[in-house]
Design a protein around this ligand. Sequence first.
Ligand code: GLN
Length: 511
Amino acid sequence: MTPGPAVCCPTLGGSPLNADLAHLTISECRSLLDSKQVSAVELTRASQDRVAAGDSRLGAFLLVTDDLALAQAKDADVRIAAGRSGALTGVPYALKDIISTTGIRTTCGSRILETYVPVYQGPVVDCLSREGAVLIGKTNMDEFAMGSSNEHSGFFPARNPWDTDRVPGGSSGGSAAAVAAGFVPFALGTDTGGSIRQPAGLTGIAGVKPTYGRVSRFGLVAFASSLDQIGPLTRTVEDSATILNLIAGYDTRDSTSLNAPVPDYVAAVRGSEGNKEPSTAPLAGIRVGVPREYFPDTLDPDVASVVRDALDLLATCGAELVDISLPSTEVALACYYIIAPSEVMSNLARYDGVRFGLRAEGSDVWEMFDRTREAGFGPEVKRRILLGAFALSKGYVDAYYVKALQVRTLVKREFESAFQSVDVIVGPTSPTPAFRLGEKLEDPVAMYLADAFTLPANIAGICGISVPCGLARDLPVGLQILGPPLGEEMMFRVAGAYERAAAWNLRPAGW
Ligand code: GLN
C-alpha cells in the first residue's frame, strides 16, 4: 500500500493572520514569527482561544497559565524585534503536570498534591524558558504517571481528539491530546514504561523516550527513578529532534545523568538529504531488526497490516529488514510490574501529610498518615504501593524484586546482542489503536498489556520514538523505532526518512 492521502491537511492561506494558526509545527511557528507575519502574542492568544473553546471536550489541561503565557509572549516579541530570538522564542507549549514548575501548581494528577506549589524547577523547564518558549499550561495525566489511558487521573480523564469516546493513551495523555488537537505545537511528557510513545502513537503524533540519563530528571517528580525519562511530543520527527537537542545534556543534580556530548539530532533527522536532492535510498546500508515477539497472534490485525506496510516502505527506502527474536519480551512486562511498583512504594512514602499537599487530621500521627494517604491516593496508585510493598517484603524480596533485577539484566543483554547485528528495532508501538474509555479500567492486567512493546526499552534504558504510520479503523497507529543506548542519531535518521517517505499528515477531523 502506498501512504494514504493527507487527512484534513492544514493550509496557511494568503494572510497567515487570518489563517489557521493551529496545527503548525515548531519550525513553521518560528518562521512566521521571525518574518513578523505573526507576533508571539497573537500566536499565544490563538493557542489560548483554542484551549478555551475546545478543552472542555478533551480535558487535556489541569491548569492554564494565561497570565504567565502572555508575559512570556510579550518578552518573546521584544526579543524577536531585537533580532535575538532562540530556537523556541514565542512558541507555545504545554508541560505534563509531573514536571515541577516554580510557583506554578504541580499536581502529578493526584489529589494528594492538589495544592502543591513547587519552590524549584529543573533544567528542562529552565532551558525552555531561556529559549523563549511560552508555557500555555500543565497537562492532565494518570496519577503519578501510573497508567496507559489517562483514566487514572485524580481529576478527570483526558480524551482522544480522534474520537472523544476513546482514550488518548497514558500516562502523558493530556500532552498528547493537546498536541494532536492543535492546541500547542509541542508538549513534554515522561516515559517510564511507554507513557510518551504510547499516547503519541494513539493520537497520531511523534513522541520520543530518550536514553535513560540523556535528559536530567532533576525537577521531575519521581515515579520509578530507574526508568523515568522526560521527552518531547510533537507533530513532526524534526520538531522532536529540535526539543531533544535543547533538553538533553549532563546535569550534576541528577546522579544518573549521562556525561556525553549531545549530537545534532536535527541534522540526523534530515540525513544526508539535508544538503542534496532527496535520495531514493536514504536508508541504504541500515539494518532494521523486526522482532517476531512484537507481532504476536494477539496483535490487532489492522495494526499489524499498517505496520507491515511501514516496514515495506522502510525497505523501499533502502533498509534491510532482518528478522530477530527478543524472547524476554513477555517476561519484561512482569519484570516491569515488580521493579516499577517497588520504586513507587519507596518514592511515594514522602506523601504523608507532613511535608507536601494534602493532610487529613487524625487522633495521632499514625492515623493522620493513614487518613491522608487513604484520601489522597487513587486506586491504581494504592495498588502499585501494595504490589511494591509485597515484592520487597521480608521472605519475598528474593523471589520477586531480586529476581526481577536478574530478568532486567537478561532483557538488557538481549537488546545489546540484537544491536550487534541491527541498527534499529522496529515494530508497532501498541498492540491496538485507542480503546474506549472504561474498556480496560476494571482489568489492570489488560491495561498493563497496552505497554507490552514499549516497556522493554525502559527496562533496558535504550531510546525509542513513536512515529505515525497510518490509520486502522480511522484511528492512528504508531510505528516504534528503538535505538541502542545513546543511539538517538540513528533512531532519528530512520524516523526522519520514514516520515518523509510516508508523508502522512494526520489530523483529527473537527480540530
Ligand atoms: N503504563 C505504564 C504504567 O502504568 C507506563 C507508565 C509510564 O510510562 N509512566 O506504569
